[in-house]
Write a protein that binds this ligand. Structure first.
Ligand code: GDP
Ligand code: FE
Ligand code: FE
Length: 201
């Protein structure tokens, strides 16, 4: 992995790259912070390969897990305040930190760019419509160099061949894992599966 040093333009955040990194360092545990840095670098690699906006890839990579360490009560308050689907209350941080976490990114980091906010919102459960940036963050989170699970090498190879095939691979693996372990499947995960995985003819 090449280490990218990125200068921000001021279009998407008032913070400099180093200020945003510092903010995340203060907000996250050490291991989560290090994961976030690896996701950023992987997202920038993918953005370069696929011709996406490198600055947005960097920002979205850095902030994708911004809400990971928040207490459940913060999420429950926001779910009620914004009248989000009450179905969400049956889940926990694993689902909330992305599906709801983007609201904290917007309100507390002042990031308003919809591509970045959608990439954060969709990074765990995906979405039927994911643009290039959302696909990049979804995949960078899955294949960053600190990940070690059966199939990760294949996931990396596929993602560098085709972003959409990478999305299909991860979505299939995640659903398989949830079903095999009798874990609850968030409905959006199934919607994402149907949009990206089946071969249709
Ligand atoms: P991380 O935040 O970097 O650890 O990675 P993610 O945000 O991608 O995923 C967080 C966790 O959510 C992972 O352990 C996934 O397996 C889990 N997850 C993804 N989709 C679902 C779902 O539909 N239901 C449940 N229960 N967990 C899910
Ligand atoms: Fe996450
Ligand atoms: Fe992550």
């Amino acid at each position: 992995m090449t280490i990218h040093k990125i200068e921000y333009s001021g279009r998407y955040t008032d913070l400099s790259h180093d200020q945003l990194v510092q903010k995340l360092k203060e907000t996250l545990t050490t291991s989560r912070f290090e994961h976030v840095l690896r996701v950023e670098q992987t997202a920038v690699d993918l953005a370069q390969q696929y011709g996406a906006n490198i600055e947005k890839a960097s920002i979205a990579g850095l902030v994708h897990d911004y809400a990971k360490q928040r207490p459940d009560d913060d999420f429950i308050a926001v779910i009620k305040q914004y009248r989000l689907p009450s179905e969400l209350l049956n889940y926990g941080n694993a689902i909330w930190h992305g599906v709801v976490g983007w609201i904290f990114v917007k309100n507390e980091l002042g990031i308003d760019d919809l591509d970045i906010l959608h990439a954060v919102q969709y990074h765990t459960v995906g979405h039927q419509y994911m643009n290039q940036l959302a696909q990049i963050i979804y995949m960078a989170d899955y294949i960053e160099p600190g990940r070690d699970f059966p199939g990760v090498t294949e996931a990396r190879e596929i993602t560098h061949q085709s972003l959409a095939e990478g999305v299909a691979y991860q979505t299939q693996q995640t659903l398989k894992y949830l079903v095999e372990n009798r874990k609850p499947v968030y409905p959006q995960t199934i919607v994402t599966y149907n949009a990206w995985v089946p071969k249709r003819n």
